[in-house]
Design a protein around this ligand. Structure first.
Ligand code: ATP
Ligand code: MG
Length: 417
């Protein structure tokens, strides 16, 4: 077969797709309870949007973005979105909300595209479910989002750990950055080429490159540099998490490499994923809206990596299987016409029903009913049709009895766990 899918792109079939949808459904339900409104934004944007927001020193923008020139748009270079935040911030500013009604909370969901080396949990098309909150500077807002993430992970029954940190603000971060540059120069020989480039361009990311290697153990720690305001903010976040019984670990080496990030940064790691274990990442970005041409409005957000969360869910054995309650088997044209009506009324009673092909033999159909995991087969032939009954076959216990249609519905429903 020549027309195969592209490297790093996936087909999600049945259970795999179901796991993704489940993560999205649960997230949506919880976000509703936190009064977060949905926002849908384009998949295609000006490439400049991402250059402006994520800067030229981010790997995503420098190396991973899919771009092309759109002839129709006056030769504009456009990008297929690699992340959600820039588009949401653009939409927020473009709608004038930063000036008219700055306090907003949004969630978005959908595919993102990054040309990176595919691995388990790392794809070129992947899905994010993200939240952006604007106009809130207070630590209670940070805590509320973390509590919400904790709730979602518990709800999904995925084993997880939450790490938090504070990276300071425009006032105290310069000293931290200076210290990192100094440290980077002193440890030049232990760092790889990527990190050599980072020393001048983006020293915070020195901590990113070899996070679990020994090298960064001697690096300066962001918490040692916090000013009083940033320290107080971080203390409140921690207090509120403790009050809400949220378990977290402070990781003073976790950073965000972009200038608009301030104060709280966080990540959630899930088990069963190997190297790609980060399933949620986010932080406060008080400088972003202004950087993108809007008013000076605070912001904080995060994104759930839906693909990885779905993998974690499957690894934890927490993906409920959805099988039909009953398969309907009909014999003959008249019985099949009636079977369609019976199927509809059973579905009306909230049962999951799969009608099997009327063109196969009984033996084949019973085997098929078992294969799809149906608990019962509802068998209808001309004789049953004439008498207004069905043969209800319990495929688990291999028993069969003749019952009225209404009784069949009650028995099937009653056998549900
Ligand atoms: P990583 O360090 O794993 O590359 P990142 O810093 O690039 O992650 P973010 O841009 O913060 O990730 O995106 C938030 C989340 O989206 C990640 O924590 C991860 O769960 C998910 N994610 C990011 N890139 C991919 C990808 N290529 N495939 C699958 N999921 C991804
Ligand atoms: Mg990445």
């Amino acid at each position: 077969m020549e027309l195969t899918r592209l490297r790093g792109f996936r087909d999600l079939i049945a259970a795999d797709a179901r796991a993704m949808s489940l993560v999205e459904e649960r997230a949506r339900a919880i976000f509703d309870r936190y009064s977060i409104k949905e926002i849908r934004i384009p998949v295609l944007e000006r490439a400049q949007l991402y250059q402006r927001s994520s800067g030229e020193t981010s790997d995503v923008v420098e190396k991973q973005m899919y771009t092309f020139t759109d002839r129709d748009e006056g030769e504009t270079v456009v990008a297929i979105r690699p992340e959600g935040t820039p588009g949401v911030v653009r939409a927020y500013i473009e709608a004038g909300l930063d000036r008219t009604d700055p306090e907003q909370r949004f969630f978005y969901s959908g595919p993102m595209f990054r040309r990176e080396r595919p691995q388990k949990g790392r794809y070129r098309q992947f899905y994010q479910f993200g939240v952006e909150v604007f106009g809130r500077q207070d630590a209670a807002c940070d805590a509320e989002l973390l509590i919400m993430i904790d709730e979602l992970c518990r709800d999904l029954k995925v084993p997880f750990t939450m790490e938090i940190n504070s990276i300071g603000d425009q006032k105290c971060r310069p000293a931290f950055r200076e210290a990192l540059v100094k440290w980077g120069r002193a440890h030049w020989d232990e760092l790889d080429e990527d990190c050599h480039n980072r020393i001048d361009r983006n020293p915070l990311r020195l901590l990113d490159c070899k996070r679990d290697a020994k090298v960064t153990e001697s690096a300066p720690n962001s918490l040692d540099f916090l000013c009083d305001e940033c320290r107080a903010h971080f203390d409140i976040v921690k207090e509120l998490l403790t009050a809400a019984s949220v378990q977290y670990v402070v990781n003073p080496r976790m950073v965000r490499g972009l200038d608009y990030y301030t104060r709280t940064a966080f990540e959630v790691m899930a088990g069963g994923l190997g190297a790609q274990s980060t399933v949620v990442a986010g932080g406060r970005y008080d400088g972003l809206v202004e950087t993108m041409g809007g008013a000076a409005v605070a912001g904080i957000g995060f994104a759930i990596g839906v693909d990885r969360m779905a993998l974690a869910l499957e690894a934890a054995g927490e993906l409920p299987t959805v099988t039909p309650d009953a398969a309907i088997i009909s014999m003959g044209a008249a019985a099949t016409r009636h079977a369609v009506v019976v199927a509809r009324s059973l579905r009306g009673a909230n049962l999951n029903i799969e009608m099997l092909s009327p063109e196969r033999k009984m033996k084949t159909l019973l085997a098929r009913a078992s294969k799809i995991g149906a608990r019962f087969a509802v068998i209808i032939g001309d004789d049953e049709l004439a008498r207004g009954v069905v043969q209800l076959r319990d495929l688990k216990q291999s028993t069969q009895r003749e019952v009225g249609e209404a009784e069949a519905a009650a028995l099937i429903a009653g056998a549900r766990g």
